[in-house]
Design a protein around this ligand. Structure first.
Ligand code: AR6
Length: 174
């Protein structure tokens, strides 16, 4: 199977795909940025399911991922992953961000997801440098497609800001 990697500029909550990924925090109880938009537009169902997960397993660790339904959103699932807060590279941020992408892809593949959309995890209020974050995201997606993927046919990077869009455009053109 040939899996396609696509790049778009826009709002991930509008994506009609099997799964969208949320840049959540370890509480899983919502926040600002893309997380806020997903809960706002997806309605209370997503938060209810997040609370069930919290009651079962406690907080979600940085670098880990869980999934819920997508409530009122056009997607089927929301995969919530917790990116690292940038600490000048001293806190295993690179490995943890790679883990976010890898775990999200593993969950998606196990759910038989064919299309998945990622935001630029950790590059907002968590301040991960954008170029490095994009390189990690693209590397992990390519590695997963080449070595582990069974079901995913389309991976879409959804950039909300122009800077991230240009960075992804440049790296993907290489
Ligand atoms: N669609 C796609 N991307 C978006 C959207 C959207 N609707 N809105 C923002 N972005 P951030 P983080 C982009 O701050 O850095 C939350 O409060 C944005 O331009 O949402 O991982 C959580 O609860 C940026 O490139 O997430 C956590 O506490 C990217 O999404 C914390 O923020 C990520 O920015 C997580 O911080």
């Amino acid at each position: 199977m040939k899996t396609e990697i696509k790049l778009i500029k826009g709002d991930i909550t509008t994506m009609t795909v099997d799964a969208i990924v949320n840049a959540a925090n370890s509480s899983l109880l919502g926040g600002g940025g893309v997380d806020g938009a997903i809960h706002r537009k997806g309605g209370p169902q997503i938060l209810e399911e997040c609370k069930v997960i919290r009651n079962r397993q406690g907080k979600c660790k940085t670098g880990d991922a869980v999934y819920t339904s997508a409530g009122l959103l056009p997607a089927k699932y929301v995969i919530h992953t917790v990116g690292p807060i940038w600490m000048m590279g001293k806190n295993k941020e690179t490995e943890l961000l790679a883990s976010c992408y890898r775990k999200s892809l593993e969950i998606a593949d196990s759910l038989l997801v064919k299309s998945i959309a990622f935001p630029n995890i950790s590059t907002g209020v968590y301040h991960f440098p954008k170029t490095e974050a994009a390189q990690i995201a693209i590397d992990i997606v390519k590695e997963f497609i080449d070595n582990n993927n069974k079901n995913i046919e389309e991976v879409i990077f959804v950039c909300f800001d122009d800077e991230n869009y240009r960075i992804y455009e440049n790296i993907l053109a290489e």
